[in-house]
Design a protein around this ligand. Sequence first.
Ligand code: FE
Length: 207
Amino acid sequence: MTAHNPVQGTLPRSNEEIAARVKAMEAILVDKGLISTDAIDHMSSVYESEVGPQLGAKIVARAWVDPEFKQRLLTDATSACREMGVGGMQGEEMVVLENTDTVHNMVVCTLCSCYPWPVLGLPPNWYKYPAYRARAVRDPRGVLAEFGYTPDPDVEIRIWDSSAELRYWVLPQRPAGTENFTEEQLADLVTRDSLIGVSVPTTPSKA
Ligand code: FE
């Protein structure tokens, strides 16, 4: 994802160093009997193959075709997601923000990397970097431009600071020209970045 990385070159340490730290922590946790290697393998495989932004995309597509579901999603995202069988750890309190013609929402965790795991999976590396966390607040339009999205100057950009208690994500606008799309085809247009609000869904011609 280097092409979409607005904070390139700010990696705090090498991948090798991170891998070594993770291995060391895993060894200590297993050694102390706090976790088993099976549990770690299970978690890795769940987040590699089952939980990811495709779930958030499915929920967005449903909201685009079903106004009543959309209303429930905007009122209580956590329970609306549960209706679709989506929920769990790090998603206990989720709030969905609707993009409109006049408002574009963008999510950050300025303190660390709080993120709605059940609908988006694990956060991308850039989401955790100090550069994104600071610049999303200070220069949101600059960050959006680096992700390839330039909202009109009269569109208000709202930044939402997620925390361990409250995790935000974005309901993007349905792209024009998708009137005849099935729910599945609509979900294919929804990208992870559009759910964080650093981008918008791909248009049918680009998809
Ligand atoms: Fe955080």
